[in-house]
Design a protein around this ligand. Sequence first.
Ligand code: ADP
Ligand code: MG
Length: 285
Amino acid sequence: MQSVSEQRENQSPPRTTDKPAVGSVGSGRWVLPPAPARMQVIGLNLYYGSNQVLRNVNLDIRDREITAIIGPSGSGKSALLWCLNRLNDLVPAARVEGKVLLGSEDIYAPDVEVALLRQRVGMVFQQPNPFTMSVFDNVAYGPRQHGIKDRRRLEEIVEESLRKAALWDEVKDMLDLAGTSLSGGQQQRLCIARLLAVEPEVILMDEPVSALDPISAYKIEELMLQLCNSYTIVLVTRNMFQASRVATTTAVLMGGEVIEYGPTEQIFESPRDERTDNYIRGRVG
Ligand SMILES: Nc1ncnc2c1ncn2[C@@H]1O[C@H](COP(=O)(O)OP(=O)(O)O)[C@@H](O)[C@H]1O
Ligand SMILES: [Mg+2]
């Protein structure tokens, strides 16, 4: 059996950029080993009305890895995540400056189809939010929106997506049951299956386990480690142990600024910014 990190190293995803991620936040320079970036955030400022919520954020979201975003409450973690699939378009007073690239495309370019973008970059929220329909229909919803009507094909997609979300064995005999009648952890995996059914490239997760019991949370963590072999994951979490267990790269957000970004081990074991050190040791946030 290969370990997860070996599995990750052994694959060669399509490369979008192949330069190493280099930056100079904090007191020193950090260099991550070269890896393609699936998304790049470049000089991003976000304002909610007159309140500047993100300040000159620069970040590479590396392909088929888990990038964790950690930081105190109110530091802009959700706001940053929302910028990555333009959910902030739904906030009337929101204004974005800078660029967010998906592959080489600027997601804020005028000709971008936002519905398609949100299919390519899906979101999992803190509170599981299955639709009030059956388990089957929850997962078949996206494919149906894309015009797939053939029952057999839909059944295949539903089974495959539920398997990938590690939920199939638990629900295969109750696909007609309401999605909302499942346990919290199952509902969260159902929401993940619903995303997978439309074949996303990036999965954004905003504190996906913080509403769940420890066993359900553990299952989702295991699932994330599986999924990052095929998908790029951005995980917002306030649980630093979780970040250190699953993320290859970690960004620390404070007051809307990325104060540190680098290999997770380095962030937790030898942070270069005193504020990160204080935060990790529980003196802030
Ligand atoms: N819809 C909104 N309108 C105005 N300000 C908001 C809105 N949502 C969040 N904010 C503000 O944006 C900042 C960042 O919030 P958020 O991204 O939710 O932080 P985090 O997820 O790190 O806890 C906070 O100061 C918060 O008050
Ligand atoms: Mg938040």
